[in-house]
Write a protein that binds this ligand. Structure first.
Ligand code: KG4
Ligand code: ZN
Length: 340
């Protein structure tokens, strides 16, 4: 079965082809980062309009890469939610139109399921069961995953997501949007131990997170520094922020491994690209006899490959795609509703 995947939930347009026998054949991506950078964040209406512009050229590009004809596509998987309503509508309307014209069916995909299954695209893929740490711009969750569609939420952030905390802190330090990667680069020049920031909810005894206080602690430092905010100060603060966030994510992930007795940790979402986080998780997991799996860097952030793949996994697991026709998007869609 050849599945065309379409991702348009936020500021990336991604199209990909996944064959249930041959694997990933193609993936084409356009990031809108430059478009939104001057506004300091994603502007939903601009995102929707840009998705409209990009879909057809990216579809052509994916078909060219995969050496496939549109008529060979067996099902169209598209992100139905969660995400920006207008952006989701563009991708889903496009998927629906394609499916109608081809006489094929549609597979609505949950964006977070795409993220958490994305490490399975790698050649050295983890087996079930595993703990998934989902750390993106909009979500921070720990889940126990026993199979496709079997996701038990262990804990999540009570306020800001990890990526959101990175982006907001980056903004406070005068970096552009999205600031996660830039903040991480700045932190490389920072000295350890200059500032000691709080580790929110580290000892809460559950798997929930809270990062808003960490961001506020940075804000307090920045206000205190006033005009004295030079490059050394910014690098030291970036380092302290990253260390605090990495420690909390690492300790809670390891506690989830320990409590469930699982031996594999899968990390997905944009913050999973963070190098110090990877180093810390690898070392801590190895210490308790566990292993960490990551998607390829290009699949950490939003992309069409993970949507095509999640759709294909659903097909393999016996999901029945629905005929094209009436459709709806789900800007807010709890992952727990996917439980079979
Ligand atoms: O998964 P993603 O593409 O989007 C959502 O679905 O939300 O993740 C984007 C987030 C942004 O907040 C970005 O700043 C963060 O991932 N990010 C990073 C790094 N690369 C991307 N955060 C920390 N370190 C990085 N290297
Ligand atoms: Zn995402």
């Amino acid at each position: 079965m050849l599945v065309l995947g379409i991702e348009s939930s936020c500021d990336e347009t991604g199209l990909a082809l996944y064959d249930t026998n041959r694997g990933l054949l193609a993936h084409a991506l356009h990031s809108q980062i430059v478009l939104h950078a001057e506004y300091g964040g994603v502007v939903p209406e601009l995102a929707s309009r840009d998705h409209i512009r990009r879909l057809v050229p990216l579809l052509r590009e994916a078909l060219r890469q995969g050496g496939a004809a549109l008529s060979e596509v067996d099902a169209v998987a598209c992100t139905q939610g969660p995400g920006l309503a207008g952006a989701l509508l563009v991708g889903c309307a496009f998927a629906e139109g394609l499916a109608v014209s081809l006489g094929k069916s549609v597979l609505p995909v949950h964006h977070l399921e795409g993220h958490l299954l994305s490490p399975l695209l790698a050649a050295d893929a983890p087996e079930f069961p595993f703990i998934a740490l989902l750390v993106s711009g909009g979500h921070t969750q720990l889940m126990a995953v026993t199979d496709v569609g079997q996701y038990e939420l262990l804990g999540e952030t009570l306020d800001d997501a990890a990526g959101e905390a990175f982006d907001k802190t980056a903004k406070l330090l005068g970096l552009g949007y999205p600031g996660g990667q830039a903040l991480s680069q700045l932190a490389e020049a920072g000295r350890p131990g200059v500032f000691n920031l709080p580790r929110p909810m580290l000892h809460s005894g559950d798997f929930n997170f809270s990062f808003a206080g960490l961001k506020t602690a940075v804000l307090t430092l920045v206000r205190k520094a006033g005009d004295g905010m030079d490059d050394t100060f910014r690098a030291d603060v970036a380092r302290a922020f990253q260390e605090a966030l990495v420690e909390v994510l690492t300790k809670k992930s390891c506690a989830a491994l320990k409590q469930t007795g699982m031996r594999r940790l899968v990390v997905a979402g944009g913050v999973g690209a963070n190098r110090p986080l990877r180093q810390s998780l690898n070392a801590a997991a190895a210490h308790q006899g566990c292993r960490v799996y990551y998607p390829a860097l290009e699949f950490c952030t939003d992309n069409g490959a993970m949507i095509a793949f999640a759709g294909a996994m659903r097909l393999k697991a016996g999901a029945i795609p629905r005929p094209a026709g009436a459709f709806a998007v789900r800007p807010r869609w709890p992952l727990s509703e996917l439980m079979r």
